[in-house]
Design a binder for this molecule. Structure first.
Ligand code: PEP
Length: 261
């Protein structure tokens, strides 16, 4: 089987509230990653952070040389340049030196009413700029209870990745985030939904592309991941990393998640 390099990523959401707060967090994250990189461990995961737009430049500057990659939490629907006041384009994000864009997060889908069609448009804008996409999919609690996990994920994957070529799949990371586990503190147990969902998602990707290509796709788990839950999750065969919200704002916690055992 193809080797997948795990990816641990921190989604800052709308945090922190000030530039000073962002700098303080970045300083700790950078120092921590430098220590991790010199620990001699050879199986370290890739690490990425997703700060809000206004903090991308300082993030890129402050994590330079640490190996931490930087991504944006969203992009606008317009490629630009042009008269689209308030928008941010994929080209801007790429030109700064970011590597990733997070798309389809459940908060974008529910709070900001983003549709799969819009997410798909953004996927193509982002890929077109040579950036990697972290596409979030996942069912709500109600859908989970109605046994709709597979059909919801299948729809979000098919629509979100519509038109994506096999040759572009290496630029796609999937984050499986059951909506009912995001920001709720609901500790995921690896033996229950996540591991099964990841196997389902890999099979679905195999049907959309080829099983061999699907084996190369990094599928992250997201939803209240903590230093306490990460080890168990990362032992599951189809879980290739974590997308971390709340805990990624505490450098010590993210550090422990990166050094999962
Ligand atoms: C997220 O923002 O993608 C997330 C999973 O958040 P949390 O870890 O806080 O649940």
């Amino acid at each position: 089987p193809q080797q997948r390099r795990p990816l641990i990523a921190g989604n800052w959401k709308l945090n922190p509230s000030t530039l000073a707060g962002a700098k303080a967090l970045l300083q700790l994250l950078a120092a921590n990653q430098r220590a991790v990189e010199t620990s001699g461990r050879t199986d370290l995961p890739d690490v990425a952070i997703f700060p809000p737009f206004p903090f991308l430049a300082i993030a890129l500057e402050m994590v330079q040389g640490t190996g931490i990659k930087v991504g944006a939490q969203n992009v606008g629907l317009e490629p630009g340049p042009g008269a689209f006041t308030g928008e941010v384009s994929a080209s801007m994000i790429a030109s700064m030196g970011c590597q990733y864009v997070l798309l389809g997060h459940s908060e974008r889908r529910t709070v900001f009413k983003e549709t799969d069609a819009q997410i798909n448009q953004k996927v193509h804008l982002v890929l077109g700029e040579g950036l990697d996409v972290v596409l979030c999919v996942g069912e709500t609690e109600e859908e989970y209870e109605m046994a709709l996990l597979e059909s919801v994920c299948a729809l979000q994957l098919k629509k979100g990745l519509s038109g994506v070529q096999a040759s572009q799949l290496s630029s796609i990371v999937i984050a499986y985030e059951p909506v009912w586990a995001i920001g709720t503190g609901a500790t995921p147990t690896a033996s229950a939904p996540p591991a099964k969902a990841h196997a389902i998602i890999r099979r679905l990707l195999g049907e959309m592309f080829t099983p061999e290509l699907a084996r190369g796709v990094v599928i992250q788990y997201g939803g209240s991941v903590t230093p306490e839950s990460v080890d168990d999750l990362m032992r599951q065969p189809d879980i290739d990393g974590c997308l971390v919200g709340g805990a990624s704002l505490v450098a010590e916690k993210l550090g422990r998640i990166i050094e999962y055992t």
